[in-house]
Design a protein around this ligand. Structure first.
Ligand code: RBF
Length: 160
């Protein structure tokens, strides 16, 4: 017998395909800091979007120097490029200075602000970890790939 959770997952995937359709345009912005992490998350994210029925030609992928720049680029992709949703991917690793706090806070608040002010889903696919191992674990390691979660979150928000 199938568990209820299995069924609801199947239902969610089917309805996502139906609701989001072929015409949706999704922007993916990736920060270049910690590139091994962010590129692995971006690739898994795009793969997940395509496997859920998003037209590959309608995914626009750009990169920015660091996570701090993600909100501005997301806003440009909405206002200038007409994206229906934007997924922001970054990785902020705690260092010895307080930079970590400033960058992580500003990025999170900036992304939320761009989403609300533009009435458009902007997804927070930004890892904030204490060290590189924790980041690796979440970019295709022991804790999966958070790029995939960001893709699924985006599709759920588009199908609201
Ligand atoms: N950007 C990241 O995406 N992740 C980081 O871990 C990160 N650490 C930084 C640490 C320092 C000391 C500085 C100066 C910048 C760091 N940045 C990081 C870059 C930041 O997001 C942004 O690109 C720059 O501050 C330029 O606006």
């Amino acid at each position: 017998m199938r568990k209820e959770t299995d069924l609801s997952r199947v239902h969610a995937a089917t309805s996502l395909k139906k609701t989001v359709g072929d015409s949706v345009r999704i922007g993916v912005v990736t920060a270049e800091w910690n590139p091994d992490i962010t590129q692995a998350m971006r690739d898994a994210c795009i793969e997940a979007l395509v496997s859920h029925g998003v037209n590959e030609n309608r995914i626009q992928s750009v990169s920015v120097p660091g996570s701090f720049e993600l909100p501005y680029a997301a806003q440009q992709m909405i206002q200038r490029d007409g994206m229906d949703a934007v997924i922001c991917i970054g990785c902020v690793i705690q260092g010895e200075t307080r930079h970590f706090e400033f960058i992580a806070q500003a990025t999170a608040q900036g992304i939320m602000r761009v989403a609300l002010e533009n009435n458009t889903p902007v997804i927070f696919g930004v890892l904030t970890t204490q060290n590189m191992q924790q980041a690796l674990d979440r970019a295709g390691g022991a804790h999966g790939n958070k790029g995939v979660e960001a893709a699924l979150t985006c599709l759920k928000m588009l199908s609201l």
